[in-house]
Design a protein around this ligand. Sequence first.
Ligand code: F6P
Ligand code: MN
Length: 335
Amino acid sequence: MNPISLSQFLIEEQRAKGQIDADLRRLIKVVASACKRISIAVSKGALGGVLGNLGTTNVQGEAQKKLDVLSNEILLQANEWGGHLAAIASEEMDDPHPIPHRYPKGEFLLVFDPLDGSSNIDVNVSVGTIFSVLRCPEGVKEPDEKAFLQPGTRQVAAGYAVYGPSTQLVLTLGDGVTVFTLDREQGVFILTERGVSIPEQTSEFAINMSNQRHWEAPVQRYIGELLAGKTGPRGRDFNMRWVASMVADVHRILTRGGVFMYPVDAKCAPKGGRLRLMYEANPMAMIVEQAGGAATDGRQRIMEVQPHTLHQRVPVILGSTEEVQRVTAYHLEQS
Ligand code: F6P
Ligand code: MN
């Protein structure tokens, strides 16, 4: 069978299933081509002169890497003139970026984390781009922050690119999850897996263990039981992995199962959590749910959380359904 490119896949989705309209198809293509450019910049490493800090901080107070800012620029430039967007928001920008008046406007809102896990860039470990697509509320001509504050259930598409040994694009249009792998010679994303499905059960977990002393009781209980292994209530051993790039950790879970947790703890409680709802938790939750997994903030489905600010943070528990349900039940028993 001939390999199917991302462009062909999108046309197929548009024609056969009536799943998406032409603007959404163009939007995904543009995001994918921006991800290709980011992939090239990332893979140049030390030769590209793009490693290290820029000496600035973003709205979250985090040091910006040169590649954070470059990736943000690449995504902005690629997307602002295409005519499919009403506004763009990003982890790296305090406020939404309006579409310049000289360009046509469309009906979608795009929100992204241009380079997730960027603390891993300088050590040559996988990083990624996460994105979420919403519809601009009807009648809103100049979308501001409020236009973006929609729960994840309203996402019309979500995806991420992982820049690892190979570059892959993982996409959902609300009807399953499809994986594309970048053919570097041709510069084309080729479909390599349809209908991704996360195993329901798992023996692998991902959490930053150095925060253990700050965790709440339900998380202490859950992780304690996993660590007890064969001799504990779970009756089997569990393995742990933590890349510290959400994209890479979620990609592993999508591929071979597992549970990923960045719970709220005493350290990040004042901010509400560590990960950002709009451009980390929501798109990943949509992908994971579309692959048959689950995603909660410990108490409720992440995609049902009503956002109040663009850069809002949220606790995240996602992956294999049985484990996510168990951790969530421990939280609910307590409250
Ligand atoms: O974007 C935030 C992020 O870098 C995620 O990609 C990752 O899961 C997490 O932070 C890592 O946090 P920590 O440095 O506390 O392990
Ligand atoms: Mn991130």
